[in-house]
Design a binder for this molecule. Sequence first.
Ligand code: KIV
Length: 264
Amino acid sequence: MDKITINTLFAKKANEKIVMLTAYDALFARLFDDIVDMILVGDSLNMSFGGNDETISLSLEAMIYHACAVKKAVKHAYLVVDMPFGSCVSVDLALKNAIKVYQKTGCDAIKIEGGAEFAPIITALNNAGISVMSHIGLKPQYSRQMGGFKVQGINNAQALLDDAKILEDAGAKMLLVEGTIAQVATQITQNSNLPVIGIGSGANTDGQVLVWSDMLGFFENFKPKFVKQFLNGADLVRQSVNEYAKQVRSGEFPSSQHEYKFQG
Ligand code: KIV
C-alpha cells in the first residue's frame, strides 16, 4: 500500500472523502493504519488516556512519547501530531518545539489550535519545512478561557471564514474544523483550497476525524452529540475481564493446555 502524502490529500479533496482517526499507541495505530488515510496523535489523549478533564495540562514530552509509539506502527497513513497547549505561543517557541516534535517523532505534519493570530507562526513553520494543519472552530485548548466547550459559528461565522482564509494564505497545508455549525463548516470548505477535515461540523467537509476511544465506545465519561459509536468497546472488555476473573476464581483457567511441561 502506498504511503499517503500531502499530495494524496490534495488530490482526494476534489474526489473522495478523507478518513482520519486518532491513535495514541502502536497497538491501535497498527489496527487503523491501512484502513484510514490520516492518523492524528491528538492531545485528547490527555482526557481519555490521562483521565484529565481538559487537554491543557499535557506536556510536550508526553506528546512526543505517544507520537513515537504511533509512528512505529504507521506505514501508510499520513501522520499528524498535535502541538500541546502553550507550545507554540511565539514564533521562536513554535520553531523550537515543532522542530523537536518533527525530528523526534518522524510525523508528516503538526497540528496547531488557533486562528488568524497564529498566521506569522504558520508562515515561519512552513518556511522551516514543516507542514501545519490549523485547527479552528471549537478549540479545546481554549476551553477554560471560553467558559467551556462551546459550539462555534453561531455569532462568529465571518471570523471563522476569515481565520480559514488567513491561515491558508499564511501557509497552512490542511484545516481541521471542530464543533462548528454545519453551514459555516460547509462554507469554509467551499472557500478553501486546502483539505478540510471536520469533527462535529456536519457532512460537507472534505473528510472526518473522530477520537478512536469515542467511536469504539471505550470513553464513558461523556458522549458528545456528534459522536457515532461503532462498537460497544467498554461492555465487550468488561464481559471478557469478568469471564477471566470467573475462570481464575473457579480454577477453570489456566488449564493443562496453558502449562509448560517437560518434553519426552
Ligand atoms: O486532540 C484531538 O483528538 C483532536 C480532535 C479534534 C480529533 O484534536
